[in-house]
Design a protein around this ligand. Structure first.
Ligand code: NDP
Length: 318
């Protein structure tokens, strides 16, 4: 084991908007943050195309460019970015020094900001990859506007699918909602909202089995009724997969309090976790808003929480 003897003030895990915003703020507070990008530097935004809802970009910006700029801004204030993945975490339940591992290298830190994000779940169809960015999306808030006045399909029967379908119904001509069972999983309030929206058609017992298109642009959804076996096509230009998200927390299981879906639990109005000195920001602790701007906001909160925590005289947290 190769242990770095220097104890870092702040280690940030994850390189999405939450992580880089936490880096900008902790760097400017002179905490000399060290950020570990993980396997997908830039996070979920690097898999989207145009971002039009992040304030300050009147003409929009591509997700990858926005992440490059956030990283540049963090590095301008001496954030050290490591293109490595933290493979193990050993948190000190009474605060003090936390241990992280990258392979057989051990890193010691007084504060850790976890911003490892969440990943949208996909059906696993080859066509999802083929048409990603050409009509297939996992975020209606991000991409719905591109389908203004058009027909779209939403897959899923939970609260996310209902929320996305209602959001899209305000922009699109028609929304076909594919629910694989004969009932919703969503809360009844969301289910009723969907049922009371005239331009949403609910297709129960229906699954997406393929996507048809030309030049990598979606033209129709190939669907199957799983009771009758009947296969048909729905003409559409957008397909939104809304079957849930998985927070990237497997690394922290047993180390930190997670809710029953695996999201890190933070204290109300704070990014503090149950471990003193360990903070969580962005989608890894938020299954409700999940926006780049809200993730960035909570990254800022985590940085300020970490700074305040370190302001506590050392003997009280060592
Ligand atoms: P859920 O796990 O609640 O629902 C997932 C839905 O997708 C289910 O209908 C499920 O079907 C369906 N599904 C899963 N896999 C497949 C598949 N392979 N093919 C077809 N359908 C599939 O996820 P959500 O993201 O909807 O919600 C997650 C949590 O976040 C929930 O607790 C929810 O209440 C909460 N939430 C709250 C919101 C709010 O308060 N405004 C907004 C959004 C989410 P099946 O039922 O058959 O398993």
């Amino acid at each position: 084991m190769n242990t770095e003897t220097e104890i870092k003030d702040c280690v940030i895990i994850g390189s999405g908007p939450a992580g880089f915003t936490a880096a900008i703020y902790t760097a400017r507070a002179d905490l000399k943050p060290e950020l570990y990008t993980g396997l997908e530097p830039g996070g979920q935004l690097t898999t989207t195309t145009e971002v039009e809802n992040f304030p300050g970009y009147p003409d929009g910006v591509t997700g990858p460019l926005m992440m490059i700029q956030l990283q540049k801004q963090a590095e301008r204030f001496d954030t050290k970015v490591h293109y490595e993945m933290i493979t193990e975490a050993e948190f000190n339940t009474s605060g003090g020094i936390h241990k992280l591992k990258v392979g057989n290298k051990e890193i010691l830190a007084r504060t850790v900001i976890i911003s490892t994000g969440a990943s949208a779940k996909w059906l696993g169809l080859e066509d999802e990859k083929k048409y990603n960015g050409g009509g297939v999306s996992a975020c209606a808030t991000c991409d719905g506007y591109f389908y203004k006045g058009k027909d779209v399909v939403v897959v899923g029967g939970g609260d996310t699918a209902c929320e996305e379908a209602v959001h899209l119904s305000k922009l699109c001509k028609k929304v076909s909602l594919l629910v694989r069972k004969d009932h919703f999983r969503a809360s009844s309030i969301m289910e009723n909202r969907v049922k009371n929206t005239p331009n949403i058609e609910i297709l129960y017992n229906t699954e997406l089995i393929g996507i048809l298109g030309e030049n990598n642009l979606v033209q129709s959804a190939n669907i199957k009724n799983n009771i009758t076996g009947e296969v048909s096509n729905i003409e559409c230009e957008g397909i939104f997969i809304a079957i849930g998200h998985s927070p990237n927390t497997s690394l922290f299981k047993g180390q930190i309090d997670l809710d029953d879906q695996g999201y890190i639990i933070t204290k109300p109005d704070s990014t503090e976790t149950n471990i003193p000195g360990v903070f969580a920001a962005g989608d890894v602790q938020d299954h409700k808003y999940r926006q780049a701007i809200t993730a960035a906001g909570s990254g800022c909160m985590a940085a300020m929480d970490a700074e305040r925590y370190l302001g506590v005289p050392p003997e009280t947290y060592n």
